[in-house]
Design a protein around this ligand. Structure first.
Ligand code: SF4
Ligand code: SF4
Length: 439
């Protein structure tokens, strides 16, 4: 039985189980990657899949370099794919058995592969491993879905459960620990069955069923559901002996170890009420978002809002942007869901108390909102604003359209910077998305 936390939302709709048949592969004809340093390639050069083309940047396809253009912070390298995905001959897989590898060798392999967190955490995985070594005694691989519609992690797990289990063993070896956990939403029967079969003889790996309520995948709830102990707000999960990685990060580590392939692709969900179903695509990093949307096929409604990420935490998306290593979902919503976009309506708190009821941190978001709105930052901090995990529920369910999450996020930034900041954020510009909120 999964740990059921107070607050949070159980979504009635928008979810699908995904599944191996549902995971499609999409290979664009051209893609663009950003590099901060000098590229190693020139226009017209041939490239292979996995080939380094700049410091920390690898080609996701085989083909040719079509263009190199100066861009803010570096250059944009456009590649033309030959559709073959021929692997770079210089890829170096780990030639030793796992038990013969030192933690340092594994961490360097992960660093060379350019693997970053592909879920909520987005920094260098090698740095994170080095940082928590000696402090963490359990490694948790999380497939706990975080937002409605977003099923990319479950689709990746269902397609490659053995890579997840073996990737976790690589993490355990790198950390020098013997306890591994795979967190899966309860009710995901197919995933649980596959993982149970693969781990039935393992004394090191256990499954942790998590609630289907949002935000069960949040670090504080995930750590509590395993340890039974409350993580202090803002504290590192290693304070309670845990380090958590996303399931797609785990698959990328497995691939780097076994084939030498760097992190060059990921699973992205394409969905929203403009489609009749949810799609999960394995796509090369650098794929244009508008091409990915077209690959999903015909829409049943005109999009009024396109989000990069889920409906609660996502940001408004530019369709001429590209898929990054951290892109989880591209969601398209119609006016039926987001309304007419009328921004003349003044946000107001009607004191309905819904945000208090659903806040998973047991805060009073309405009180914090009023403090910040009235310029009383210290009072907002005293009311617990810094404990907010930014789940977005209070804004999502507010009938008065009060931008509670957004104001709290601004306060947290001001607090972290130690200075004022009244710049507009992406979230501020996002129209409200309505939906079911029954628990
Ligand atoms: S949900 Fe909105 S209207 Fe209701 S109490 Fe919270 S801030 Fe006020
Ligand atoms: S965004 Fe913060 S205040 Fe709002 S419901 Fe989530 S944790 Fe509570």
């Amino acid at each position: 039985m999964a740990y059921v936390f107070r607050g949070g939302i159980m979504f009635k709709d928008g979810k699908s189980e995904g599944g191996e048949d549902d995971l499609r592969r999409f290979s664009p004809e051209a893609l663009t990657l950003h590099a901060e340093g000098e590229p190693f390639v020139h226009i017209g050069d041939s490239v292979f899949r996995g080939q380094p083309i700049a410091a920390g940047v690898h080609s996701p396809v085989s083909g040719t370099v079509a263009d190199i253009a100066v861009a803010p912070g570096g250059v944009n390298i456009t590649l033309s794919s030959d559709g073959e995905n021929t692997l770079f001959p210089g890829l170096l897989k780990m030639h030793k058995k796992l038990a013969e590898c030192s933690p340092d060798e594994i961490i360097e392999k992960i660093r060379d592969a350019g693997i970053v967190g592909m879920g909520g955490e987005t920094g260098s995985v090698a740095d994170r491993l080095a940082d928590v070594t000696g402090r963490a005694d359990v490694c948790i691989i999380s497939c706990a879905e975080r937002e409605p519609y977003v099923t990319c992690d479950l689709a990746a797990l269902l397609a490659r459960p053995a890579a997840v289990v073996n990737g976790l063993k690589i993490f355990l070896r790198a950390l020098g620990v013997h306890r591994g956990v795979i967190a899966v939403p309860e009710g995901s029967a197919e995933a649980i069955n596959k993982l149970s079969e693969l781990t039935k003889n393992s004394s090191m790996i256990t499954l942790l069923k998590t609630s289907r309520k949002y935000p069960a995948g949040d670090l504080r709830r995930l750590v509590y559901s395993y340890t039974g102990r409350e993580l202090e707000p803002g504290a590192d999960t290693a304070a309670l002996g845990c380090v958590i990685f996303n399931v797609q990060t785990c698959i990328a580590v497995y691939d780097a170890f076994v084939t030498g392939l760097p992190s060059v692709s990921r699973v992205v969900t394409v969905g929203g009420d403009c489609f009749t179903k949810i799609y999960n695509f394995e796509v090369p990093v650098g794929t244009r978002i508008d091409e990915l949307i077209r690959a999903a096929g015909d829409m049943c409604a005109e999009p009024a809002l396109i989000l990069n990420g889920g409906p609660l935490r996502g940001v408004i998306c530019k369709t001429d942007g590209v898929v990054e290593k951290t892109t989880r979902a591209i969601l398209l919503f119609s006016r039926n869901t987001v309304g007419d976009g009328n921004t003349d309506i003044s946000p107001v708190c009607i004191r309905c108390g819904r945000c208090v009821r659903y806040c998973p941190e047991r805060l009073m978001p309405n009180r914090i909102y009023e403090c910040i709105r009235d310029g009383k930052d210290e009072a907002a901090v005293s009311a617990g604003a810094l404990r907010c995990v930014g789940c977005g529920i209070c804004s999502y369910i507010c009938p008065g359209k009060a931008p509670v999450t957004e104001l709290i996020a601004e306060l947290r930034r001001r607090h972290a910077d130690g200075k004022g900041d009244d710049s507009e954020t992406e979230n501020e510009k996002k129209p409200e998305v309505t939906g079911s909120d029954n628990d």
